[in-house]
Design a protein. Structure first.
Length: 237
């Protein structure tokens, strides 16, 4: 059994490979997205397939970021970590800027279903390994304890080997806490790209096709980039 987690660290953590490839969709979960995805770059490829609940979304990934942050915080304190961890659902909702009403807990259940059901096949290298297998973002999720009205209290999650390898090999990126205040999926994707690629160099270029931005959203992508005067951005279509 996983040991209870402490509060959220000051900064969030995400696996580097998540920032490199969009392993979740860029739309709001108004209805399940049942379309499979495939992305390729520099000899690496990743295929993402939905379950009957649809593909995991950008906001679903908050759960992974929370879990990775808990593990990295424990490692920094010299504590052992495992793929299975337990935490308070309320702590996760607060740390990731989600509503804590009954609706918030229902949405979290849906999030866990999509994370467990979304399947990934990839040859990405991580921790000195090259993956050619199918796996989920999480292996399992269980509600350990609920209130009388069915609201979850304690949640136990088992991370996939892929995610846990990133933790063990410190193959993670630090995210600003304010990341969770970005509500638009495209805004989050822009932050992830900037954090992954622009931190150590003065300039970085890539086509929007490489980042899985649907054609219908590219004009919005351009507008949001242009609205950030502190960054020099040049977009070509």
């Amino acid at each position: 059994m996983g040991r209870p987690c402490r509060g959220m660290p000051r900064q969030g953590r995400a696996a580097v490979a998540q920032a490199e490839f969009p392993d979740s969709r860029l739309q709001y979960p108004t209805k399940p997205d049942m379309r499979p995805r495939r992305y390729e770059r520099n000899g690496n490829w990743i295929e993402i397939s939905p379950s009957r609940y649809g593909l995991a979304t950008v906001h679903d990934r908050d759960v992974l970021i929370y879990c990775i942050s808990q593990c990295m915080g424990a490692l920094n304190e010299g504590r052992k970590v495992s793929r299975t961890m337990r935490f308070k659902a309320y702590d996760l909702l607060v740390a990731t800027n989600r509503q804590t009403s009954g609706r918030g807990y229902d949405l979290l259940k849906d999030c866990l279903r999509r994370l467990q059901g979304t399947q990934i096949e990839t040859n990405l290298r991580q921790g000195g390994k090259e993956y050619f297998k199918v796996f989920g973002l999480i292996d399992a999720a269980e509600i350990i304890r609920e209130t009388r009205d069915g609201r979850m209290l304690d949640v136990e999650i088992t991370l996939s080997d892929w995610v846990f390898d990133a933790i063990e090999n410190n193959h993670v990126l630090t995210l600003n806490r304010r990341y969770f205040f970005l509500r638009k999926p495209l805004e989050r994707r822009l932050y992830e790209l900037a954090r992954k690629h622009c931190g150590q160099q003065g300039e970085w270029r890539i086509g929007l096709d490489d980042e899985g931005v649907p054609a219908a959203h590219r004009q919005d992508y351009r507008r949001r980039c242009a609205a950030r005067p502190h960054a020099r951005l040049r977009l070509q279509f």
